[in-house]
Design a protein around this ligand. Structure first.
Ligand SMILES: NC(=O)c1ccc[n+]([C@@H]2O[C@H](COP(=O)([O-])OP(=O)(O)OC[C@H]3O[C@@H](n4cnc5c(N)ncnc54)[C@H](OP(=O)(O)O)[C@@H]3O)[C@@H](O)[C@H]2O)c1
Length: 327
């Protein structure tokens, strides 16, 4: 496992980290024993950074991560998120009283007295135009409840706006072989400001592992079933916003680029790591075998210029029109 500096935090985090949404909720049935085994395997393989949120199973994911931390001696940085318990989800809801409650609940679930990194969970964009809100976040840091904070965003423009606030240490954004636009304007600017980048949905919800086909079915409580068209939350979070059948066709071409002995999931993750502005990819995983597959991406040699060009060609010819100007 290789490590990268996370913005200005002074932390060196594993370039393949762990996304803990699926072990909480919205990805079909999960077994806590299996999830915990997957988390442990990740730590065995050098992962030292975990992304979770209060809403992933309403504390279930956070509590599993707390258990993991108790069972391990290694330093494990944990980032959680706040905001999505608001209903309705409005900028006004991001006030001192609500944030205090969300933070206190996460502190309890994570069994800690300070959150390493708190991310605002895709807040309404108007919040990014309220400096008084970011002053409030600075107060939480001063009070010692959170060490650092960052913002998880849906679109590139939100990322560019959020990093104008000097307290913002990280941006989490969708970036993968089916989502290229963050690399254009945002990456150079984030690098210039030394803001860490967490690349989420790196496997396009599993599509980029090449393990799915036309006949694959998903359980009722899996967002790949119930959110394909954005029925429950932003469409971009499911298969990266790409139509499933079109995605499958593109995957067949990408499959030809996989080096001998490697997997498509590893190629997809290694492609992300080719961008040095990215701090880490945070693939979700529910099982030990998935963690092993994903972590080995860090050991793959850099992709060749020809491989990079082919990925770009597949994106330009099949995917760009569907996603490029949307997010
Ligand atoms: N708004 C936000 O802030 C936000 C939104 C989305 C995600 N996130 C974060 O980003 C993380 C990653 O995104 P994601 O989980 O949505 O998508 P992802 O990482 O692209 O896909 C994860 C899913 O792909 C499958 N998978 C993973 N590794 C595999 C492998 N090696 N071989 C075969 N299948 C594999 C697993 O599902 P199956 O086994 O069921 O196929 C897994 O749950 C999340 O866990 C979460 O921490 C944050």
């Amino acid at each position: 496992m290789h490590y990268r500096e996370l913005g200005r935090t002074g932390w060196k985090v594993s370039e393949i980290s762990f996304g803990a949404w699926a072990i909480g909720s919205a990805w079909g049935e999960v077994d806590d024993k299996e999830s915990l085994a997957a988390l442990h395997r990740a730590i065995d393989l050098g992962v030292n950074f975990i992304d979770t949120a209060d809403v992933y199973g309403m504390g279930r994911s956070e509590r599993l991560v707390a258990r993991l931390r108790k069972e391990r001696r290694e330093t494990i940085y944990v980032t959680t998120k706040a905001g999505r318990r608001l209903n309705p989800h409005t900028a006004e809801g991001y006030n001192k009283a609500n944030l205090t409650e969300f933070i206190d609940d996460s502190l309890k679930n994570l069994e800690t007295d300070c959150i390493d990194l708190l991310q605002l969970h895709c807040p309404p964009p108007i919040l990014l135009y309220r400096p008084e809100f970011f002053a409030l976040m600075d107060d939480f840091v001063r009070a010692g409840k959170i060490r650092y904070y960052g913002v998880s965003v849906e679109i590139v423009e939100e990322a560019l706006k959020a990093i104008e606030f000097p307290g913002v240490q990280t941006i989490q954004i969708i970036f993968n072989m089916f989502r290229h636009r963050p690399a254009e304007l945002f990456f150079p600017e984030a690098k210039r400001r030394r803001v860490g980048i967490l690349a989420r949905v790196p496997l396009a919800s599993g599509l980029l592992t090449g393990r799915m086909n036309r006949h694959t079915t998903f359980p009722r409580d899996d967002h790949r079933n119930f959110n394909r068209h954005g029925e429950a939350f932003d469409r971009g979070e499911t298969f990266s916003g790409v139509d499933y059948e079109i995605g499958l066709e593109a995957v067949e071409i990408l499959r030809t680029l996989v080096p001998p002995g490697a997997t498509l999931a590893q190629l997809a993750l290694r492609w992300i790591l080719m961008f040095d502005a990215v701090t880490c990819a945070i693939p979700g995983a529910k099982r030990v075998a998935q963690v092993e597959d994903n972590c080995h991406a860090s050991e793959l040699p850099p992709l060749s210029e020809a491989q990079m060009a082919k990925v770009r060609e597949v994106y330009d010819s099949r995917i760009r029109e569907l996603v490029h100007q949307r997010w």
